[in-house]
Write a protein that binds this ligand. Sequence first.
Ligand SMILES: NC(=O)c1ccc[n+]([C@@H]2O[C@H](COP(=O)([O-])OP(=O)(O)OC[C@H]3O[C@@H](n4cnc5c(N)ncnc54)[C@H](O)[C@@H]3O)[C@@H](O)[C@H]2O)c1
Length: 344
Amino acid sequence: MKVLVTGNLGYIGSVLTEKLSRDGYDVIGLDIGYFKDNLVKEPLQIKKQILMDLRDVSENEIEGVDAIIHLASLSNDPLGEFNPNLTDQINNQCTVKLADIAKKVGVKRFVYASTQSIYGISNTSQELDEYDSIKNPVSAYAKTKWISEQKIMNMSSDKFVVSAFRPATVFGPSPRFRCDIVYNNLTSCAFTTGKIELYSDGTPCRPIVHIDDVCEAFISGLLAPKDLVNKVAFNVGIKGGNYTVKQIAMAVQNRVKGSELIFTGKYGKDERTYKVSFNRIYHVLKEFYKPKWNLENGGDQLIKFLKEINLTEETFRGETTNRLKQLKFLSREKYLDKDLKKNV
Ligand SMILES: NC(=O)c1ccc[n+]([C@@H]2O[C@H](COP(=O)([O-])OP(=O)(O)OC[C@H]3O[C@@H](n4cnc5c(N)ncnc54)[C@H](O)[C@@H]3O)[C@@H](O)[C@H]2O)c1
């Protein structure tokens, strides 16, 4: 099966393409390359890499492709606020355009990387399911992901199977490791500085999920019978995976002996909080989605990984592992213009 992965030179894409290649898929990557050289370890090279802006994509890149896993986006809340119009262009308009072309040229499956950020501020007395729960996206990132998810779901047909996977905040090793997401951030902070810096008061709920389990969920969108996944959205996470930020911090403290918890107050009270139900994916995709990682074994693995890559405080705080800093760097150095297009 020929699979096009957009955003393959990102945090998740780097792991997903390795897994797909190992599983025997014919993988094509398409990415603008904002984080191409932000490596903490060597990635596996894939057979075909298209380095291009999704805004310029045409039938040429998609002809002959059986399935698309669409990851490319201005991903996460701070990055989405960099320029909300561009966030809409890339996350929303480009997603719809890509799905439109894909449908026209006969792509059979379209797997969309959506997000639980679409739940935004919610009542945490109950777990949110995919359909009945209220969506309350707060950031430009979350709003554009939610709008585009709804639009492409409505494009699905018997021949064009569309599914949306909404991962919790991801953690775990990747050649393009990120320190701007909660569990990776707190673990890396403790590992490199001996301190666990919390930007909020630690009370918000932030479900988390391991990168390998997320990749397995996306791949299930290619493998599962179409009746199970067509026009279906799935929360991606693990049973019992609705942790508060404070609980995540405590797990870090247990692993990095002597590390000190510090409330920086940087973001004041963070209103974004949600508890999510993972019943649908566990039930409907039980043959395909068998998550292996949790706060404990994933935390142990993270520490091992940080030792292996010898993460320093400079890398933890710098462009290599922080997306917004990298985009600001590329803009400041004029590698990118004001529309985040490449200056050639
Ligand atoms: N990491 C998480 O915690 C998380 C959680 C939920 C959902 N997701 C979703 O999963 C997907 C992948 O996330 P990630 O963490 O790997 O993000 P990432 O930022 O590491 O990777 C995104 C990739 O998209 C590429 N890209 C951005 N704009 C592009 C454009 N105009 N043309 C071509 N490529 C472009 C970037 O260069 C980058 O390599 C995203 O859609 C994100 O919304 C991520």
